[in-house]
Design a binder for this molecule. Structure first.
Ligand code: PLP
Length: 448
């Protein structure tokens, strides 16, 4: 065993002895769900924690262990769990029915809130997930331009439909299991934060490209912010080439009152939304230029079919409205400042421990990478030390901090200074031994 493995073995044993009920649920789950889980990103070894309840910024597992929730359902929870106002909105809507099979007023109210916050969004439609939001935004772009190819970035994540499910991790030119061949041949891969290369690919493929889709801060790709010049440069070149620009703000909408596009001063043709706008219930939305979105107008011949049994359902709309009402400009600024402060503090701890690692991010979302900074591309993320990330994950769980296995940390407005200080303490306690193990030379002949 190398020094890191020697460190992880007792942490795994401690995890197992603290969580026998999660283990029992996992064994039962494995009989009805492949791999005992129903979401790739939530699975981790030796088995996922089964969480029974959440309140504010805390979670309790099936064994009654308490955790600080620094994941917030991969960014979708803005105010933590069971916020009284969101809860109340759900109770009230529950008494009126959750979905009625036709249009409802709440759809209009939430759409008005979003279009008021994001001026580039002149019209929008609701769907049930971020995957659907990027699928339908891309479909609008294809219908509008009459072209079929799209550009996404190497390492970019925009959900699970075929065209965006390629090149999520290296090797970027391979076809993941189950995808159609068109998924590779109809996708041009740009490189995040490399404007020269990406712009020249757009120019080269201008006659075939319907759209470029990009996140202003890469989420699953490693919480890596785009350089402002990169996104602004993409806007200039796409405009010059008649290719639509789609900003995937499914995560990043929480980073600005009007999303990251407000910070960047960029007006995309289309934007994809999800996560926080559903207030903790499933949602997606896509919108932008009125002329592009008119491809969905059912009164026009040949309109795109956009079905979805739960599109704009009243329960989700009510929770989304309550959530955004609480997230005014001062609240956005306070949450971003709290995240920036935490990130600086964690990077200070890393510097004190003299380890090649960096916490990168923007405002309330960030990720720890065991790689030499500055980290600006997802390729650096993928080349980082995954074993150290896993060690950090299990150590943090054992210290009462719930994070993404890949070490993404997400804040909610339910946290205060004491919560952040507690997390920093847990982070330092977990990092210290890992940093020491990484500095220890491996015994000769040991396998990594
Ligand atoms: C940037 C981005 N786009 C799209 C998606 C897909 O959203 P959903 O999981 O709601 O389908 C996600 C989900 O994590 C995301 O982070």
């Amino acid at each position: 065993m190398n020094p890191l493995e020697q460190l992880v073995a007792p942490e795994l044993a401690a995890f197992q002895s603290r969580t026998p009920k999660s283990r029992a649920w996992y064994e039962r789950a494995a009989k009805v769900m492949p791999g005992g889980d129903t979401r790739t990103g939530t699975f981790h070894l030796p088995y996922p924690l089964f969480i029974s309840r959440g309140q504010g910024c805390r979670l309790w597992d099936a064994d009654g262990n308490e955790y600080l929730d620094f994941l917030n359902n991969f960014t979708s929870l803005l105010h933590g769990h069971a916020h009284p106002k969101v809860h109340q909105a759900l109770i009230e809507q529950g008494t009126q029915g959750t979905v009625h099979g036709t249009a409802n007023e709440l759809q209009v109210l939430l759409a008005e809130m979003l279009t008021a916050r994001v001026p580039s969004v002149e019209r929008l439609r609701f769907c049930n997930s971020g995957t659907e939001a990027t699928l339908f935004a891309l479909r609008a772009a294809k219908a509008f331009t009459g072209r079929v190819k799209i550009m996404k970035m190497e390492g970019g994540y925009h959900g699970s439909h075929d065209q965006v499910a390629v090149a999520m991790a290296p090797p970027y030119d391979s076809r993941p299991a189950g995808l159609s061949p068109g998924a590779l041949s109809e996708v041009i891969l740009g490189r995040y934060n490399d404007l020269d290369r990406t712009a020249s690919l757009i120019r080269q493929h201008r006659d075939e490209l319907a759209a470029v889709i990009v996140e202003p801060v890469m989420g699953a790709g490693g919480s890596i912010p785009a350089a402002a010049e990169f996104i602004r440069g993409l806007r200039t070149v796409t405009e010059e080439c008649g290719v639509l620009l789609i900003l995937d703000e499914i995560i990043t909408f929480r980073l600005g009152y009007g999303g990251m596009q407000e910070h960047l001063g960029v007006r995309p043709d289309l934007t994809a939304f999800g996560k926080i706008i559903g207030g903790g219930l499933p949602i997606g939305a896509f919108g932008g230029r009125a002329d592009v979105m008119a491809t969905y107008d059912p009164t026009r011949p040949g309109a795109i079919v956009h079905s979805g049994t739960y599109n704009g359902n009243a329960a989700t709309m009510a929770a989304g409205i309550a959530t955004l009402e609480l997230f005014d400009r001062p609240a956005v600024a306070a949450l971003n400042a709290a995240g920036d402060g935490l990130r600086a503090r964690l990077n200070g701890i890393i510097a004190n421990h003299g380890v090649d690692a960096e916490v990168v991010g923007f405002g309330s979302t960030m990720q720890l990478h065991f790689a030499k900074g500055p980290i600006t591309t997802p390729a650096q993320t993928h080349a980082g030390n995954r074993a150290a990330q896993q060690a950090m994950h299990i150590s943090l769980l054992n210290r009462g901090a719930f994070t993404a296995a890949r070490q993404m940390y997400v804040l909610s407005t339910a946290m205060n200074d004491a919560t952040l200080a507690d997390f920093a303490t847990q982070f330092e306690a977990a990092l210290g031994p890992i940093a020491a193990a990484l500095r220890t030379p491996e015994p000769a002949g040991s396998a990594r």
